[in-house]
Design a protein around this ligand. Structure first.
Ligand code: NAD
Length: 271
């Protein structure tokens, strides 16, 4: 038996091979959860599993390949969590893409729009759908003194709340929809003890953004808008996701937790 804020819980994390997913996998396991690590890049998910199993041998990490944008694959991943670990308590729908050809209303091709929506939005919908079905099977745990079905965390973004004149229209629209969808699902399932919240990261030093901001000029164009004057770290988002996953956030549902260095509260930033 392990100690920690997620003791005896089972968590499925998508996009576990890199960035926020990687850091969350380590942190959730550190806090006692068995973790199913899902990524379209199996090698990356296996790397994460190796790190987690080495660091935290008291819990189990298992990597599986799934594209969250394909319903049958996300369903199979949830089934694997149930088969291998017996249940599902935490679903972190975190995988997402930011396509380099995603642009403004005039230049974004339909195929880029559709691809972005399939992964960033439909993928989160399907992740919620199969997590809700699995969480409904969880018996109520009287020892926690709570009506506990499970916790679903969906990764949105600061761009769901503020506009950018450096557009990525499909990405922004997909994240706005994640916010609205999560809020509504939170209302529908509130009395089942299934909590749904979003975490909205600010710009982070992960491959997703840094591959895109590949010049000092592009990075500076963003940094001027960041009150704290720096990009965030993936682990700073993982800590927020851990809070939403744990019973410490037991009275929170339908909330968007912004972890953005002050960005979405900013008008004039310090120089
Ligand atoms: P990342 O690129 O470092 O990691 C994303 C992981 O998701 C990769 O391992 C990738 O293989 C996986 N993935 C991509 N498509 C997938 C699919 N179809 N099915 C399964 N796995 C898939 O990115 P990150 O920065 O850790 O981003 C994680 C989430 O945070 C994304 O939803 C992203 O939109 C969001 N976000 C990131 C930032 C940022 O600045 N990095 C800001 C706001 C929101």
């Amino acid at each position: 038996m392990s100690a920690g804020r997620l003791r005896n819980r089972v968590a499925l994390i998508t996009g576990a091979g890199s960035g926020i997913g990687l850091e969350s996998s380590i942190l959730f396991a550190q806090e006692g959860a068995n973790v199913l690590l899902v990524d379209v890049n199996l090698e990356a998910a296996e790397r994460t599993a190796k790190i987690v199993n080495q660091k935290h041998p008291n819990v189990r990490a298992l990597a599986v390949k799934a594209d969250v944008g394909i319903e049958a694959e996300i369903q199979a991943a949830v089934d694997t969590a149930k088969k291998e670990f017996g249940r599902l308590d935490i679903m972190f729908n975190n995988a997402g893409i930011m396509h380099p050809a995603d642009d403004n209303a005039l230049n974004t091709e339909e195929k880029i729009w559709d691809l972005t929506m399939r992964i960033n939005l439909k993928g989160v919908w399907w992740g919620c759908k199969y997590a809700i079905l699995a969480m409904r099977e969880n018996p109520n745990d009287e020892t926690r003194g709570l009506h506990t079905g499970g916790s679903i965390i969906n990764t949105a973004s600061f761009v769901a709340s503020v506009g950018a004149a450096t557009p990525q229209l499909a990405y922004t629209a997909s994240k706005g929809a994640v916010l609205a969808m999560t809020r509504e699902l939170a209302m529908i399932h509130a009395r089942e003890g299934i909590r749904l919240n979003t975490v909205s990261p600010g710009p982070l030093k992960t491959p997703l953004l840094m591959d895109f901001l590949n010049t000092a000029e592009k990075r500076d164009r963003r940094l001027v808008h960041l009150p704290m004057g720096r990009f965030g770290e993936a682990v700073e988002i993982a800590k927020a996701a851990l809070f939403l996953a744990s019973d410490e956030s037991s009275y929170m549902t339908g909330t968007d937790l912004k972890v953005d260095g002050g960005l979405t509260s900013a008008y004039v930033t310090p120089i």
